[in-house]
Design a protein around this ligand. Sequence first.
Ligand SMILES: Cc1ncc(COP(=O)(O)O)c(C=O)c1O
Length: 468
Amino acid sequence: MWRKTKVKGAFENPSNLQFVLYITRCRLGVRVLQPQNNLFLLKISKQMDAITGSSLHMIKFNDEFSFSPSLNKISSSISKFQSKFSCMASSSSISSAAGVTQPLKLTGDSFIRPHLRELSPYQPILPFEVLSTRLGRKPEEIVKLDANENPYGPPPEVFEALGQLKFPYIYPDPESRTLRGALAEDSGLESEYILVGCGADELIDLIMRCVLDPGDSIVDCPPTFTMYEFDAAVNCARVIKVPRKMDFSLDVQRITEVIEHEKPKIIFLTSPNNPDGSVISDEVLLKILDLPILVVLDEAYIEFSGLDSKMGWVKKHENLIVLRTFSKRAGLAGLRVGYGAFPLSIIEYLWRAKQPYNVSVAAEVSACAALKNPVYLEKVKVALVQERERLFKLLKQVPFLNPYPSYSNFILCEVTNGRDAKKLKEDLAKMGVMIRHYSNKELKGYVRVSVGKPEQTNALMDCINRLS
Ligand SMILES: Cc1ncc(COP(=O)(O)O)c(C=O)c1O
């Protein structure tokens, strides 16, 4: 439960004093390492209700170095000690060559919140143009089956609408009213329950910013979409992992125990799940909704499952949020439009916390134009679902692949017969076919292939057969 951050530093004046600063969730303390005769410092420690910001920054102030907490709440708590806190500190360790303690230089990273300094960077896929240069192929020649994009792209109405943008120099509607109206018609849920974001990704982060205090926890059920874990780390939240079972179904019993004992605030459920394409049954969802936790149901791929969205359920369940996106269903991944259905008691706070212009004019216009052609959207969906079934049968015939049945626009395959999944991905990339490989422990030995157009499936299978 206790977050402990150690910051080592040395007094510049009057003597070289080594100390350790402890910042925990409810205590700020300083322990002097040497020399130990500055007794007043030993007394510096203060009980606090909760340190809601996880970091204290060191700043230069009136030719002295003083603590500058990142939040006002902390500021008021420690301002009384300012005179005693006249010091400099850094996260880098003290040089003790020849037993002499050197004063530390203040470095830029000492301003960064400690939990972010520990964060490993998110590894996004390579931009298309970079990939194309690296592979020495034109973008059109690359068979891109690594990011679950919709290869058909949006309906023609989107290109027309983008070409006719009248007021790109005016800020967009902060409430995305036109799009929310269109989404209400599309989903059957009134627009007051709907909020639009810069991709579902933005909404995941926004929900966490509204719900989680530093030190709170979320439940993540890997293998799944990795942004939940990433955003939790950015928001200083703890991630309690309840791995899926061997068949990728949820471990409901373990989820129940964890919620009871560790009191996490949010659970992220993905249906169909990325990367295996399995869906969550109504029965399981209802069981989890009965638990005292906010359930975020990510339906980024729901269109390919043949199942109805649960957006309407937010009217009955105060602890349910449903997320969806235009990235997959409408081929608009590059324009970044996601949306969510929220109980009214929750949505109010997201409105308050969101960036006012989070959905660009181009994004809103594109999404509205896409919804104007439901026939196209349906046709593309049917094409992808049919192609998924054909791809599954073809992959099943490959002696070193074990594909999993999927309700989505991708297929997860176990790489068997002593073949190496990473090498398979690299060999295919050299031939201009991109698939997704995983380095995390749950999916070591697996690859994921997005469903493309029939000619892309043919190209993939040709290359795989050449490697057989
Ligand atoms: C499960 C899941 N949720 C959300 C997203 C992100 O959606 P968006 O493009 O709207 O940010 C993805 C993207 O791959 C995903 O797999």
